[in-house]
Design a protein around this ligand. Sequence first.
Ligand code: S3P
Length: 461
Amino acid sequence: MVISPLPHEQDLVALPNPQPLKGTLSVPGDKSLGHRAWMATLLRPGTYTLYNVPNNADVTATRECMTALGLDVTPVNETDWQVTSPTALGTPAHPLDCKNAGTAMRLLAGLLSGLNIPATLVGDVSLSSRPMDRILTPLQRMGANITGQAHPSKPNVTVAPLQIHPQIAPLTGISYTLPMPSAQVKSAILMAGLFAQGTTTVMEPIPSRDHTERLFQSLGLPLTTEGSTITVQGGWQRPALEAPLALTVPGDPSSAAFILGAAALIPGSIITLENVLLNPTRLGWVKVFRQWGVPIKIQETGTSMGETLGSLSLSWDKESSTDRLKGDVTLTDSDIPALIDELPLLAIVAQRVQGTFTVGGAEELRHKESDRIALLQSALRAVGGNMTPLADGFIIEGDPQRMFFAPTAAISTGHDHRIALSMRVLNTAADPNIYWPLDNTECMAVSFPKFDTVLAQLQQP
Ligand code: S3P
């Protein structure tokens, strides 16, 4: 029997030698906190200065929603903004376009319901197919007059556009156990609960990122947490700020993960990323890197927006080779929220780790900007990677010597920034001399607009 070679297999002779990443830099501001910093300006009239706001497509969508709600927004430079929040917020004259941003749509749905501002929330094709029942159910239970549309092919799923209708009576607080670990759902309820009558309590069986809780507390809003129970006191009346308020957004650990992922795969890399958000609910991926033998160091340097920030660094000495990457890692449902956005990147790094990477309890991956399990599987298959999909995760058998090849057609990204960024990392580390075409590179701007430039700068010999 003749076994024909895989495409390009005949051309593969040795592992290519990618250029190590070297340098110290700051990654763009955190996307989750960027959305929340803008939304914080709705909570009290007054003047604000926002520093280090990421100018990615997602957070820009939230900023544009603020303008439509009557805020006066002036750029100071690319990342800093002067904002005046009026005593009377406006009713948007047109639908609020959340574009690709699930956080914008879900948190604004809660906030605008609480503020009793009628609005229509729309999104791009991807956002318009993501489930919104998860926020509609608790918000409607609070008395919000909010509706969505039936998904065109899944009649049991409600999707955007969302319509927030005028409220006759104020919302009332609820006690709600989250059916899935979701900071977006939790935050939508807390935002609405702040303006509701009485107390709103959210129970989280599995903790998710706690940025809204930290921000509320740092702003002096009436929120307390006890174990897995979060309580917000309602009746907030938007008291005016007593003095101008400055909020500085720490760097995005999810963007940092892509740089450190490339550095982990390329021996000799020496990288320090400064002013990164160090919230433990976002650093699950660092634990996995360490289990694989990647010596990531963390140093705390300050606080901002109720969060700790500091540096993440990796110094891979010259002699170290990717053969050092080894270890079986199994993740289950309670591990997932702290690395949900980094699972595509972890699937890439795992390709070169000696061991088995088993991810379960991550069904949420199928409801992100794309079905990330399906997209990763096809993208990896297109370049010779390994991945066995599961209903709620995947298994990867890693191999430090695995060879990859350029795809025969543009890789399908599902227009999903994290799939595109992840495949760029694999391309850079595993096949640096051939550019792998992606069917959409612009989507990288959803979270990390200058990723290609930053990577190229760090790889300058
Ligand atoms: C986010 C929460 C997460 C995360 C998303 C941002 C947030 O979504 O995946 O990128 O800012 O609250 P879920 O809360 O739906 O898991």
